[in-house]
Design a binder for this molecule. Structure first.
Ligand code: HEC
Length: 449
């Protein structure tokens, strides 16, 4: 098996903590008057929508389940939520919602949106007791969703100049738009945020940084939407999906912007273009989208730069009608670095994924494990505590593929599947972000000292 510690796109992930608000339900305990000291039985606590359930929905669901966001049904009012009560109970007890795939036994992640067991019980008890409304006056004020930026006012906003038309129905190929930054000087970006104009269609977006010396997608016209299949040249088609170009950041519904602490930033060379890669999904109503990215520049020149590296295996052949097909790759870090986050990537036959440290004593330490990979949800996993890794550390990525008809996303279980850019082909990429000294670029990182 070919092994390679490749280096490529920098996915900047925020290492700031997303504080998951923990909602504690209040239980009532009624005692009779102190004189008699008789204890009246405690009335069963029946959770209500306004008092108990709405705060959970606000913090864990409405980022996607509100009008204009990615989920098809809003859970903002009682009237909107009640008809979904049974499905909600099922979705939270099965942990299908909110979408999050990390096995809780390994690693702690700052962007983990999961519900606590108490929250799951509150929702489940609420549904079992008849999904009562309760008293509207007990509700928290409606959550305000900013229509502006969640980062400080950007120094520079780059928006796709031409709106992308989105059909009402059908699969939509990844859509690209290449936009010049106009930067006449090198820039260090400390905060960045992707904002779709129509988030209801955007399943994920990646913004790549194409420096002036890069040949990636050069023949493509600037500032106009295109897809891989709009090229007749097969080399260009493949290039659209397969690049070692740096990433600025990744967006998925509900994801946080990138906010780096002082002294840490992402580098964009003068004269770079930004390449928007958009994954849209149709939702029954046609529309358009014009996504933009806002950037706040570092006030001082940073001490550390974030690089995205990747563990990639190109050489697998997944046999037909096979599940649990295991593909692995490992590499040795040539320099010290601080590990920040993970971004696993496979296609429709992706089943599970794992990142491990292979210690010199022969033991293995799992850093992240996804038991159920889901192509629809391109999530990044940001370490709650960045991890310092010494030069010489062996990192391993392992992917499992399900090429059987049991996999509901499998377009054809009867073919052999190899590496390729189309979703009916496969990929095996374990992206991970590291912080390194600011004067080090990716190529220098791989120079061994
Ligand atoms: C990151 C976005 C996101 C978050 C957060 C999220 N959902 Fe969803 N949810 C979706 C999308 C999108 C769908 C539509 C189906 C799909 O694409 O998977 C969905 C579907 C559902 C469904 C329908 C499942 C079915 O039976 O068809 C339920 C119920 C649901 N979500 C409940 C919740 C609850 C409860 C929460 C919070 C605890 C939540 N979701 C958080 C995006 C989200």
């Amino acid at each position: 098996m070919k092994m390679r510690l490749g280096f490529s796109p920098c996915v900047l992930r925020s290492i700031l903590l997303v504080t998951a608000a923990v909602f504690t339900s209040v239980s009532f305990c009624t005692f009779s008057s102190a004189q008699t000291r008789t204890i009246v039985p405690q009335p069963a606590h029946k959770p209500t929508f306004y008092r108990d359930v709405l705060p959970i929905l606000q913090d864990h669901c409405q980022s996607c389940h509100r009008p204009g966001a990615i989920a098809p049904m809003p859970f903002v009012t009682y009237q909107q939520t009640k008809p979904w009560a049974a499905a909600i109970k099922l979705a939270v007890t099965s942990k299908d919602m909110p979408p999050w795939f990390a096995d809780p036994r390994f690693g702690k992640f700052s962007n983990d949106p999961s519900l606590t067991p108490e929250q799951i019980k509150t929702i489940s008890d609420w549904v079992s007791a008849g999904a009562l409304a309760g008293l509207a006056k007990e509700a928290l004020p409606p959550k305000q969703w900013t229509t502006g930026w969640n980062i400080p006012q950007p120094d520079k906003i780059v928006q796709m100049p031409v709106p992308v038309p989105i059909p009402a129905h059908g699969d939509i190929e990844y859509t690209y738009e290449i936009v010049p930054t106009g930067f006449t000087e090198d820039q260090w970006v400390q905060f960045s945020e992707i904002r779709p104009s129509s988030p209801q269609y955007v399943h994920h977006a990646v913004v790549y940084v194409r420096p002036p010396n890069s040949t990636w997608l050069r023949p493509a016209q600037l500032s106009t939407p295109f897809t891989a299949s709009s090229f007749s040249d097969p080399k260009l088609r493949a290039e659209a999906h397969e690049t070692t170009t740096d990433m600025l950041l990744v967006y998925a519904p509900g994801s946080e912007p990138d906010r780096w602490p002082d002294g840490v930033a992402k580098f964009i060379p003068a004269g770079s273009d930004l390449v928007f890669q958009m994954h849209y999904t149709a939702n029954g109503t046609a529309g358009t989208d014009q996504t933009g990215v806002g950037m706040v520049f570092a006030k001082q020149s940073p001490k550390q730069r974030v690089l995205t590296l990747q563990l990639t295996n190109h050489t697998f052949i997944i046999p037909p009608r096979t599940k649990d097909y295991r593909v692995e790759v490992w590499g040795t870090l040539p320099n010290d670095c601080t590990l920040l986050s993970f971004f696993p990537h496979m296609h429709l036959r992706g089943q599970a994924f794992e990142y491990n440290i292979l210690h010199s004593d022969g033991t293995m330490e799992t850093l992240l494990r996804l038991n159920h990979y889901h192509f629809h949800w391109q999530l990044s996993y940001r370490l709650a505590e960045p991890r310092f890794l010494k030069a010489g550390t062996k990192l391993q990525a392992v992917a499992w593929f399900d090429n059987t008809e049991d996999n509901p996303h499998n377009p054809n279980p009867n073919v052999e599947v190899r590496w390729g850019g189309q979703t009916y082909e496969e990929m095996m990429v374990g992206f991970f972000d590291v912080a390194v000294p600011a004067n080090m670029d990716k190529e220098q990182f791989f120079v061994r000292h």
